[in-house]
Design a protein around this ligand. Structure first.
Ligand code: NAD
Length: 262
């Protein structure tokens, strides 16, 4: 972490109760930011807050709510802004996936994934951008996409569709608000060690199989995604907008060509 890179900055992270969201919240707090923690379960968010460095002049607010529900998002964005006295950075991180052969996909499952991964990005972006426009704030948004924004993922139709949509949400919002100083970018992680991936992380055979597909021959760590998110939020990236930064150990490089190049 850089010392005080985000001192005085106010950040809202969705889906901050574990995994990449937790690591991202931790990194912002380590670098001096005040961080509003969103998730659905207050007790889990309080446990995360207990691990964050304290911020001077207040505490990291808990912003409980379902990110796919309009009323929840309106309330939790307003509460976060009130508790911190402002907002400079929005990280749309919450997301999940459901596996099923596409011929058997349940409508409810497809719509559920789209609701969190797509509507759950649109709603907080809308609320926060409106606040920034009303107050002349040049804020920045980082959305957590996935390599499946461009790599098809059979058996995960909703997830693939949702991350493709996220790429275009980022590009569209970036264009719409660029002239008003609001930047919008995405990070696209490859295979990352997080609680949802523990089944293959803890199975030596599967771990080897997953790692073997990655040119760098290992999965990523949540903190390596936090590195990219904070870069896109910082003064280091003031001329970057509408981009997706792939953080994937080379997974999007057509790895088979490393050996089969003829
Ligand atoms: P995770 O399941 O560990 O964390 C997801 C977080 O989102 C949790 O805190 C969960 O409670 C929260 N969440 C889910 N639905 C929510 C809702 N309706 N409202 C509010 N919060 C909700 O997952 P993760 O691996 O840390 O993934 C975080 C993001 O990174 C997701 O968008 C995921 O698609 C993306 N991603 C992860 C990987 C990976 O390998 N782990 C790879 C590519 C992309």
């Amino acid at each position: 972490p850089y010392k005080d890179r985000f001192a005085g900055k106010k950040v809202l992270v969705t889906g901050a109760s574990q995994g990449i969201g937790e690591a991202t919240a931790l990194r912002f707090a380590q670098e001096g930011a005040q961080v509003a923690l969103n998730g659905r379960k207050e007790d889990k968010l309080i446990a995360v807050r207990d691990k964050l460095p304290k911020v001077s002049g207040g505490e990291h607010p808990i912003a409980t709510g379902d990110i796919s529900k309009e009323e929840d998002v309106k309330r939790l964005v307003a509460e976060s802004i009130k508790a911190m006295g402002g907002l400079d950075v929005l990280v749309c991180n919450a997301g999940y996936q459901i596996a099923s052969p596409s011929e058997d996909i349940e409508l409810e499952d497809f719509e559920g994934v789209m609701a969190v991964n797509v509507t759950g990005v649109m709603l907080p972006c809308r609320e926060v951008i409106r606040y920034w426009l009303e107050n002349g704030i040049k804020g920045t948004i980082i959305v957590n996409s996935s390599v499946h924004q461009i790599i098809p993922k059979p058996h995960y139709l909703g997830y693939s569709a949702s991350k493709g949509a996220v790429g275009n949400i980022v590009r569209t919002l970036a264009l719409e608000y660029a002239s008003r100083g609001i930047r919008v970018n995405a990070v696209a992680p490859g295979a990352i060690v997080t609680p949802i991936n523990m089944s293959w992380v803890n199975d030596p055979e599967q771990y080897k199989a997953v790692s073997g597909h990655i040119p760098m021959k290992r999965p990523g760590e949540s903190r390596e995604i936090a590195d990219a998110v904070t870069f896109l939020a910082a003064e280091d990236s003031t001329y970057i907008t509408g981009q997706t930064l792939y953080v994937d150990g080379g997974l999007t490089l057509y790895g088979d060509f490393e050996k089969n190049w003829s």
